[in-house]
Design a protein around this ligand. Structure first.
Ligand SMILES: Nc1ncnc2c1ncn2[C@@H]1O[C@H](COP(=O)(O)OP(=O)(O)OP(=O)(O)O)[C@@H](O)[C@H]1O
Ligand SMILES: Cc1ncc(COP(=O)(O)O)c(N)n1
Length: 272
């Protein structure tokens, strides 16, 4: 019998400009040789300059997309991205509990690079209380980690403290992204694993504003690697190498925060 193709799922919003959200997730998974399905929970009118408008999907359509996928596909790992508002978060949580979709990576997208809010303020506590306990890996950027952990993060020590706090909220593995520490020469992410081990992954900071969709690309690469059967640490190390390659080998699209080069290649998986 022919081996089943590895399948993963993104649960997120679309980006009409092609750089972030579902579009970045599908491109990333495709490049990592994983078949990508998608539950679209919101549609944005967006380009590299900003988010002009967005609309959350009717909840019935969210339920139907999950059911269609679960009836037919075999999803090995999944991730969430933009979740818009309280009813959307609740619909996603309900479906994640209903179906076996493999390990869950939660990218708690709150505010786009251009400043637009992609998760309503009142939904932050819903994410904290209802979604985080389902997460195998949580990948907040610094402002998102501050919001979820309820503390300021100004240095590496505080990144470590925040990761511990987030783990105590029920998340198994926490990855706090350092992309927003723009004054630093390195872009360093801190990882606290379920077994209590921790490590940093660092790469030289690329001086570019073409960083639209970095978080989506990292979390969807991790999801693709988990779907293939990688352990969490290897999946994260591969994700970091891949996102670095997509930033460092830029492409020219649009006039604002340009998208990443998802065609970029990495020579070796996992370890540096
Ligand atoms: N200029 C840069 N040079 C190198 N690595 C970067 C740069 N900016 C971000 N990164 C890396 O990209 C990944 C995503 O981090 P970031 O903090 O930008 O996430 P994010 O804000 O959620 O992204 P987005 O909202 O654009 O999807 C991390 O591994 C981070 O270290
Ligand atoms: C649909 C969607 N999902 C996620 C992001 C975050 O990406 P960024 O912070 O680079 O704008 C986005 N802009 N749009």
């Amino acid at each position: 019998m022919v081996n089943e193709t590895v399948q993963a799922l993104t649960i997120a919003g679309t980006d009409s400009g092609g750089g972030a959200g579902v579009m970045a997730d599908i491109k990333t998974m495709q490049e990592r040789h994983v078949f990508s399905a998608a539950v679209v929970v919101a549609v944005t009118a967006q380009n590299t300059i900003g988010v002009q408008d967005f609309m959350a999907m009717p909840k019935k359509m969210i339920d139907e997309q999950f059911a269609s996928i679960a009836d037919d596909l075999k999803i090995r790992a999944c991730k969430t991205g933009m979740l818009a508002d309280v009813p959307t978060v609740e619909a996603v949580v309900k479906n994640l509990k209903k179906y076996d979709l493999g390990p869950l990576t939660v990218d708690p997208v709150m505010i786009a690079k251009g400043g637009a809010r992609l998760l309503s303020e009142d939904a932050i506590s819903t994410v904290r209380e209802k979604l985080l306990p389902l997460a195998d890996i949580l990948t907040p950027n610094l402002p998102e980690a501050e919001e979820l952990a309820g503390m300021k993060i100004n240095d590496h020590d505080q990144m470590i403290q925040a990761a511990k706090k987030l783990q105590s909220m029920g998340v198994k593995n926490v990855l706090i992204k350092g992309g927003h520490q723009v004054e630093s020469k390195e872009s360093s992410d801190f990882i606290l694993l379920e077994n209590g081990n921790s490590f940093w992954v660092s790469s030289p900071r690329v001086d570019t504003k073409r960083t639209h969709g970095t978080g989506d690309t990292l979390s969807s690469c991790i999801t693709a690697e988990l779907a293939k059967g990688s352990d969490v640490e290897t999946a994260i190390r591969t994700g970091k190498k891949y996102v670095q390659a997509t930033i460092a080998n830029g492409i020219q699209v649009g006039h604002g925060h340009g998208p990443l080069n998802h065609w970029a290649k990495i020579d070796k998986e996992g370890d540096d």
